[in-house]
Design a protein around this ligand. Structure first.
Ligand SMILES: [Zn+2]
Length: 328
C-alpha cells in the first residue's frame, strides 16, 4: 500500500469546494495528467470527437459515448450510447444538458438514419437526466424510459419554477419494471433492461447478451473513484458482482473509459478496499473524515481520479449510515 494519490488529492482539495453535486465541483478544470487518463484510452473506432466526449463504435449499429468532462466542458458529463435496430434507435442516458442530448440525437440520425425513438435514463442524477428535453422538437420526441422510482425522484427534485413541459416529460415516462428484467425490441435487436440498486435507490443496466456489451450506469466507474452520495454500499457491491457475473465482455461505465473484464475486477478491488477501510474505521473508532484521509488505493490498481476530494469520506459515511440502519 502506498499513498500514491495524496499529492493529487491535495491539489483537488484546493480546487474544489465541499458541496454536494459533483458537477458543481468540476468548475476548475482538472490537471492535464488527470485528463490524459481518459483521453488516451480509446478502444473502439472513434465516430465523433468533441471537447466533452467521444463516440466510439463498439459493434455494428452500436456506439458508446465516453464523456471527458475533466477538461471543463460539461455538455454531457456522463457516458451513454446509441443502439440501433431495424425499427428503432435507443439512446442510453439524457446527459447533463439539453445540448448534450441534442448532440447525441443528431449523431444517432447521422449514423443510423433515424432520430432516437427511445431514451433510457439509468438513474435520476442530473448528469444522466437533466438534458432530456433536448431530444424533443415541438413536443415530438422519443419515449423516455426510466423506473418509477427514478421518475418520482426526478419529479420531486425539479425546481418549483421549472418550465411546465419538464414535469410533464417526466410524468409521461415509459416505466421500466423494478422487479425483473425487461426486454426492449428495436427490430432484430433485443435489449435487456435490468433493474438494480446500490448507486441510487433505483439503477438500470442495459445489456446486449449476444454482443457481450453492458451499459452499467453509475454502478460501475473506471479510472475514477465512484460517488457514494446516495449509495447503499452493500447493495452496490452485490449489484457490481451481478453485472460481472452476467457475462464477460465490454462494459460501458457511467464515468471513465470503456472497461474490460480486467478493469471490472480492478473496480471491484477498489470498492472492496474502501469497504475494508470503513470496517477498520468502525473497529478503531475513526470518524469518516479520518478514514477518508487514511484511505489509499494500492499502486497496482493504477491512478484513480476523484471528482471531489471528499469522495472517500463520503463512501465511508455511506457504509456507516448503512450499518446504523439509517437508510433513506
Ligand atoms: Zn453520473
Amino acid at each position: 500500500m502506498t499513498k500514491c494519490s495524496l499529492t493529487t488529492r491535495r491539489r483537488f482539495l484546493k480546487a474544489a469546494s465541499a458541496c454536494a453535486a459533483h458537477v458543481a465541483l468540476m468548475a476548475t478544470p482538472f490537471p492535464a495528467a488527470a485528463r490524459s487518463l481518459w483521453s488516451g484510452r480509446t478502444q473502439g473506432q472513434v465516430a465523433a470527437q468533441e471537447p466533452f466526449g467521444r463516440l466510439e463504435k463498439v459493434g455494428e449499429g452500436l456506439w458508446a459515448l465516453i464523456s471527458t468532462p475533466l477538461g471543463g466542458d460539461y455538455t454531457t458529463v456522463s457516458n451513454g450510447g446509441i443502439i440501433a435496430g431495424d425499427d428503432g434507435v435507443l439512446v442510453i442516458e439524457a446527459f447533463q444538458t439539453p445540448g448534450g442530448a441534442r448532440w447525441i440525437a443528431e449523431k444517432a440520425r447521422e449514423l443510423t438514419g433515424g432520430w432516437p425513438t427511445h431514451v433510457l435514463v439509468t438513474h435520476y442524477h442530473g448528469d444522466h437526466s437533466n438534458g432530456a428535453e433536448g431530444f424533443f422538437h415541438d413536443n415530438e420526441g422519443p419515449a423516455i424510459h426510466s423506473t418509477a422510482t427514478t421518475r418520482d425522484l426526478k419529479v420531486s427534485g425539479l425546481a418549483t419554477d421549472a418550465p411546465a413541459g419538464l414535469p410533464r416529460l417526466w410524468a409521461d415516462v415509459t416505466v421500466v419494471p423494478e422487479t425483473s428484467p425487461d426486454t426492449l425490441d428495436l427490430g432484430g435487436r433485443l435489449v435487456t433492461l435490468t433493474p438494480r440498486k446500490g448507486h441510487t435507490a433505483s439503477d438500470v443496466t442495459v445489456r446486449l447478451p449476444e454482443e457481450g456489451l453492458t451499459w452499467c450506469g453509475d454502478l460501475v466507474w473506471n479510472g475514477m473513484f465512484p460517488n457514494y452520495m446516495d449509495a447503499v454500499p452493500s447493495q452496490l457491491s452485490r449489484a457490481v458482482r451481478a453485472i460481472q457475473a452476467d457475462g464477460r465482455g465490454t462494459y460501458v461505465p457511467g464515468h471513465g473509459p470503456l472497461a474490460s473484464p480486467a478493469d471490472m475486477a480492478r473496480y471491484l478491488q477498489i470498492i472492496d478496499g474502501l469497504e475494508e477501510t470503513a470496517r477498520t474505521a468502525r473497529r478503531e473508532g475513526w470518524t469518516a473524515e479520518e478514514a477518508g484521509e487514511r484511505h489509499t488505493i494500492p499502486e497496482e490498481l493504477g491512478e484513480w481520479t476523484l471528482f471531489n476530494p471528499s469522495y472517500y469520506q463520503r463512501a465511508v459515511e455511506a457504509w456507516m449510515k448503512e450499518w446504523a440502519g439509517n437508510l433513506k
